[in-house]
Design a protein around this ligand. Structure first.
Ligand SMILES: [Zn+2]
Length: 503
């Protein structure tokens, strides 16, 4: 009998310690977007019969989720991981205001700052922060003179979600100064995200927070590293690389879940979690990523009006037709593509240079079969870069191409390169031909590139060594539109993809 009692007591104690009973877990629903890039109107997307995205459908789905969660007594958070506006006429012409107005209407709880928020300078972010009815987070962003968080940002946010006290910390990639237009992050420093996160978490522990969410514009690999080295992050709501994770990435050593929901307002991520407040981890969860195709949810009429208003404000200039395409030109960033070749050709045509270079990460959208308007071209190249011509030596050109083969592929025109990817870095090029002849290291060539690369963007600093540099003032979008007008109908097959030849 005594033994039975001992066993029974032991079992009771074990149950109490394991916390298995579901009433000790707290429900929380995290709904999220990232890298919307101004895509607030529904759009045609390769592989989809219905249009995708559009803030009105997003708003409809969010209010359905709010209703469902409130019926079930589940607190819900709506978060965005940054890069909200740059990429469409509505987003850029309004300098982000169109997207912030939409986000106010949809009722976001917070957003994280992305690198592209800096594209139009810090003043633009300041004015967006004034308009936003939600905090913009960026814990590792500081003013370079004071060392303090700029007024327009918050390091973190504490939210009461049912019986959970949730701390939400925002982080941005430290590479931001290299990947935005040089000069746009003046007076701003980007600190080490892990160190900053640890100190935020210590403060949040003092504030009695029992669950940590990191909203991160650092990219998936960086998020994985962070989640493995810092214990106690419940969830990372990620962005930056436009990764569509159908399922969360779970880090085994710490239990952190990492989410990321594509880009361009096409998807909405929904995590329904059961949180253990004593460990600050997600014990159980279900996850879905909803494609926001037309008809998925009832479009919200108030948000639809906001979108319509801003689309009208961008003016008719964007609806002008520039040509017709007979085929899709898909977006490719890790190799040669018909779209990249066409962009580089348009730069050469507009400048008369011998050789053109364009950064493939600067291509932001595909070109679809059918009528092509300025709006379509704008979505491909939304940065308003101007064309720069300069003189480079063959040696400098070789250096640029070697760098390209080791990282971000450059789109080229006027050259034919044979290379070996497996060769050691810096020795991958077998030959560079220009006009049927091998390029001469000592000879000078007239080169065109965009203002971003000309100023050493994405670390292509060799362009800064160019001589006789001329800013033509011609915007890349206009060069591309002119090219399309004179070469229409366009066909991807016309590009033979024989400029970058692997051996
Ligand atoms: Zn980004």
């Amino acid at each position: 009998m005594k033994n039975y009692l001992k066993i029974a007591l032991g079992l009771l104690l074990a149950l109490a310690l394991s916390g298995c009973s579901p009433e000790e877990l707290s429900p929380l629903c995290i709904v999220h977007t990232n890298d919307v890039h101004g895509h607030i109107s529904p759009e045609r997307v390769e592989g989809w019969s219905k249009k995708l995205g559009g803030a009105a459908v997003l708003a409809g789905c969010v209010s359905d989720l709010r209703e469902r969660n409130s019926r079930q007594g589940v607190p819900m958070l709506l978060l965005d991981a940054g890069d909200i506006f740059l990429g469409t006429p509505e987003g850029s012409v309004s300098q982000g205001k169109a997207v912030v107005e939409v986000m106010n209407a949809v009722g976001y709880d917070a957003m994280d700052i992305g690198n592209h928020e800096f594209d139009m300078g810090v003043d633009v972010i300041e004015s967006l922060a004034r308009e936003a009815r939600f905090p913009i987070l960026g814990a590792n962003v500081v003013n370079s003179t004071t060392g303090l968080t700029p007024d327009f940002l918050h390091r973190y946010l504490v939210k009461e979600c049912g019986d959970l006290r949730v701390g939400i910390v925002g982080l941005i990639t430290q590479e931001t100064p290299e990947i935005v237009m040089p000069g746009r992050t003046e007076r701003i420093l980007f600190r080490d995200s892990e160190k900053v996160l640890r100190s935020c978490m210590a403060e949040l522990a003092q504030e009695g927070v029992d669950f940590i969410i990191v909203v991160s514009h650092c990219g998936l690999e960086a998020d994985k590293k962070l989640a493995s080295s810092v214990r106690g992050i419940g969830v990372i709501v990620g962005g930056h690389e436009h990764e569509l994770l159908k399922r969360p990435v779970r880090i085994g050593s710490t239990g952190t879940l990492i989410l990321q929901a594509g880009s361009s307002g096409q998807y909405l991520g929904v995590l329904s979690a059961q949180v253990d407040p004593r460990t600050g981890s997600v014990r159980k969860y279900s996850y879905e990523v909803l494609p926001l195709e037309e008809g998925r949810c009832k479009a919200d009429p108030a948000v639809a009006d906001i979108v319509k208003k801003w689309a009208a404000k961008t003016g008719e200039q964007f609806d002008r037709k520039v040509g017709t395409s007979l085929s899709d030109f898909p977006l490719v960033v890790d190799g040669e593509s018909a779209l990249g070749d066409m962009i580089a050709d348009s730069m050469r045509a507009a400048s008369g240079a011998d050789i053109a270079f364009h950064n493939s990460y600067g291509i932001r959208n595909s070109l679809l079969k059918g009528a092509v308007t300025v709006r379509d071209v704008y979505k491909i190249m939304p940065f308003d870069n101007t064309l720069y011509t300069m003189t480079l030596t063959g040696k400098q050109i070789r250096k640029i191409l070697e760098q390209s083969l080791a990282g971000e592929i450059l789109n080229i025109s006027g050259l034919r390169i044979e290379y070996r990817r497996s060769a050691p870095e810096g020795r991958r090029i077998i030959s560079i031909m220009q006009d049927g002849k091998n390029i001469d290291d000592a000879k000078s060539y007239r080169v065109v590139t965009n203002s971003f690369l000309a100023k050493g963007g994405d670390n292509f600093t060799t362009f800064c060594e160019g001589r006789e540099v001329v800013n033509s003032g011609v915007i890349d979008l206009n060069a591309m539109s002119d090219y399309m007008r004179s070469h229409s109908p366009l066909s991807a097959e016309a590009f033979r993809l024989d400029r970058l030849i692997p051996r």
